[in-house]
Design a protein around this ligand. Structure first.
Ligand code: ADP
Ligand code: 5GP
Length: 200
């Protein structure tokens, strides 16, 4: 029996470990599809077109906004990031759950459109880890690291708008917690009504 797909939104400051944790969740749960965002940011080494992002020129991104092709979008550290609408709608129609790695403004836009969306905020237990991890990742200039840390503070101020906060000190444990949230949400009585129909 096909059950309703969920929208699972993961946010958190840059360097919190969202991509690392999400890739572990995706490996373990094949009923969840990752929403590949469009961005005007340049690819990092190892990032693949259409897998990590759709890397898009500014003009093309603005045309996507104009043509209403995005479910949500935001500007983050001098670049645009947005969620292409069509694949999300197709996957939800198939009953699949969709997982989004998006920043806080976009998350709140999605929650307005889909109040049932599950919002998860990922952070390390210690704020200083963010800078440390950004430096270890080695993908951003000093200036970009500074901007990302500044933005992180604003993002923390939005965390209590989320349904869950997952602490990522150990990526396996954080992935386990996200999988547990998804499992619990799928088991909500409201999501299981069709199993009652035959009897009631
Ligand atoms: P985000 O997607 O939130 O920006 P990443 O997943 O790219 O973060 O992680 C940033 C850096 O921190 C990467 O080098 C990653 O390997 C590392 N990292 C992720 N989770 C942890 C963790 N729990 N402890 C230590 N380092 C981590
Ligand atoms: P990064 O450049 O580190 O890949 O991503 C920067 C920020 O943009 C992260 O907080 C990430 O969650 C967010 N982001 C990625 N894709 C989207 C998107 O489609 N929409 C929004 N609003 N934010 C996104």
């Amino acid at each position: 029996m096909n059950e309703c797909g969920k929208l699972i939104v993961v946010s958190g400051p840059s360097g919190a470990g969202k991509s690392t944790v999400i890739s572990r969740v995706m490996e373990a749960d094949k009923s969840v599809v990752f929403s590949v965002s469009a961005t005007t940011r340049k690819p990092r080494s190892g990032e693949r077109e259409g897998v990590d992002y759709f890397f898009t020129e500014f003009g093309k991104f603005e045309a996507m906004i104009e043509n209403d092709e995005l479910l949500e979008y935001a500007q983050y550290v001098e670049n645009y990031y947005g969620t292409p609408k069509a694949p999300v709608l197709e996957n939800l129609e198939k009953g699949l759950s969709v997982l989004f790695d998006i920043e806080v403004q976009g998350a709140l836009q999605l929650k307005q459109q889909y109040p049932e969306a599950i919002l998860i905020f990922v952070i390390p237990s210690d704020f200083s880890q963010i800078e440390k991890r950004l430096r270890t990742r080695g993908t951003d200039s000093e200036e970009k690291i500074r901007q990302r840390i500044k933005t992180a503070k604003t993002e923390y101020s939005m965390a209590l708008n989320y349904d869950y906060i997952v602490i990522n000190d150990d990526p396996d444990l954080a992935a386990f917690e996200i999988k547990s949230i998804i499992t619990a949400e799928k088991c909500r009585a409201n999501n299981r009504k069709k199993y009652l129909d035959e009897v009631l």
